[in-house]
Design a protein around this ligand. Structure first.
Ligand SMILES: Nc1nc2c(ncn2[C@@H]2O[C@H](COP(=O)(O)OP(=O)(O)O)[C@@H](O)[C@H]2O)c(=O)[nH]1
Ligand SMILES: [Mg+2]
Length: 454
């Protein structure tokens, strides 16, 4: 009978995906091949790269070794980079905190130990079926099994198909750490001076530019797995999104709502009288248009509409506009589309609302991200489009943000997540500037915005 792994299907899928769609072949399983170090080395020595997985009752610790699996009694002496991770969670909501550490490996007939600065941070004793985890490693991997612990199973896999660039797992590990930092920054965000509890971000742009997909991307990153709540796709001429939707986003599956909402609109069309009616925009900006309002391309909403919000307050207003444009279409925007965008932007500037541009469908996002994952719009392939948008709308280059939406993939990519989260963080920053700059009469919650500005 073939030896099978203890990993669930979801855990294996998550692991493979995090390492760049690799395949895994099981070399050693302690309960099948024996509980001695020599049983393990016999099957694994000189294999590379490998993953060693240790299973506890409620979590799994893994070590990715990029170099050759060691020989028995080997003492590497010089430090090697090992990537540590844990797999936690259930079904398709699996978290994988990762950590890159340079450690020295020492092997005795009883134990395989990893040293950092002359201190053991991790060791495995196959005979006793126990591991030791240092306090540091324990907290960095967000585990609760500090010290010596017994485990139920140990497996070693050969990893095949790690991208030709052997730095990939390290980059992906660092990207995951940076993604997690951005996530916690955004979770801790509070709108300026608590003027509102949620920032409303309006997504505007041509049909098919990726507005609804951006909402799905943001929701997916915070959920921890892909979601497709907003229906996406278009035949290029008609918008799939026909209703105004104000989406709240929950952090995790059952946790509280995040301090921002995304407002999705019907797409703008190249022709006059097609797609979102530009005359609807002032009403949307002021917060007069309710959730699920059915857009009519030929007729803008009026105050006579039965669900029209007549006295919106600051919380109902749009606080930030994100123009969503397909980066590949910037050079071919029709004159009608450019005119519509300019007209809308004039309105946005009149209202003093914060604004950014999201350039979607970037293919080379690993090139767009610098080594330290800061967004670089100066990347050679995207520079022309950024300058072009800057010329059309006059929006500063640092507020023209490049993203790749999560599309049909099963799992998210930490680099894609970084682009989405960095864009969101920049939107919240410009919105805070807008809130800080509001005249006093607007910041009193009792003052309906329209009465002050109509
Ligand atoms: N490759 C790629 N496709 C995208 C991206 N964003 C959206 N799409 C695709 O573009 C199509 C239109 O997207 P959608 O979100 O419906 O656009 P909307 O009309 O602006 O809401 C869909 O097929 C999406 O899967 C992206 O960043 N990259
Ligand atoms: Mg849409």
């Amino acid at each position: 009978m073939p030896v099978t792994t203890k990993l669930t299907w979801d855990e294996e899928r998550c692991l493979k995906n995090q390492l760049g769609n690799v395949s895994l072949s099981l070399l050693y399983k302690s309960s099948v091949h024996g509980y001695s170090m020599s049983d393990m080395f016999q099957r694994c020595t000189r294999e590379e790269p490998t993953i060693t997985m240790i299973y506890f009752s409620n979590s799994i610790v893994g070590v990715l070794m990029l170099g050759c699996y060691p020989e028995p009694h080997e003492q590497t002496g010089k430090p090697h980079s090992f990537i540590w991770f844990t797999l936690r969670g259930q079904e398709n909501i699996i978290e994988m905190p990762t950590l890159l550490l340079n450690t020295v490996l020492k092997i005795t007939p009883e134990e395989m130990s990893f040293f950092s600065h002359d201190e053991v941070i991790f060791s495995v004793n196959l005979k006793k079926r126990s591991i030791f985890l240092s306090c540091e490693l324990n907290s960095k991997l967000r585990l609760r099994c500090y010290g010596r612990n017994s485990y139920s199973e140990c497996e070693v896999f050969r990893v095949e198909g790690i991208k030709d660039n052997r730095d990939y797992p390290m980059r992906i590990t660092e990207a995951t750490q940076y993604r997690n930092k951005l996530l916690s920054d955004l979770r801790a965000y509070k709108p300026y001076a608590d003027l509102v509890s949620e920032i409303r971000i309006l997504l505007l742009g041509p049909i098919g530019s990726g507005k609804s997909s951006f909402f799905n991307s943001v929701k997916s990153v915070f959920r921890g797995h892909p979601t497709q709540q907003a229906i996406v796709g278009s035949d290029g001429t008609t918008s799939i999104t026909e209703q105004y939707r104000i989406y709240s986003i929950k952090d995790g599956e059952h946790r509280q709502y995040l301090p921002f909402m995304l407002c999705d609109t019907m797409g703008l069309h190249d022709s006059e009288g097609g797609g979102l009616c530009v005359d609807d925009i002032p009403h949307i900006l002021k917060g007069c248009v309710p959730d699920r309002y059915q857009f009519d391309p030929c007729k803008p909403i009026t105050s006579k509409h039965p669900t029209y919000i007549k006295s919106p307050s600051l919380k109902d207003r749009i606080h930030c506009v994100a123009y969503v444009l397909d980066i590949n279409s910037i050079d071919n925007l029709s004159s009608t589309m450019v005119a519509k965008l300019k007209q809308i932007h004039k309105e946005v500037l009149n209202c003093g609302i914060a604004h950014v541009v999201l350039l979607t469908k970037v293919n080379n996002y690993d090139e767009v991200l610098e080594v330290n994952f800061l967004n670089v719009n100066k990347s050679t392939t995207s520079q022309k489009q950024v300058m072009n948008v800057n010329k059309i709308l006059g929006i500063p280059i640092f507020n023209i943000l490049i993203i790749g939406n999560h599309t049909s993939k099963w799992e998210s990519d930490p680099e894609e997540d970084i682009l989405v989260l960095s864009a969101l963080r920049q939107m919240l920053r410009v919105t805070d500037d807008f809130l800080e700059d509001l005249p006093e009469e607007d910041t009193s919650n009792s003052t309906p915005f329209c009465s002050a500005h109509q």
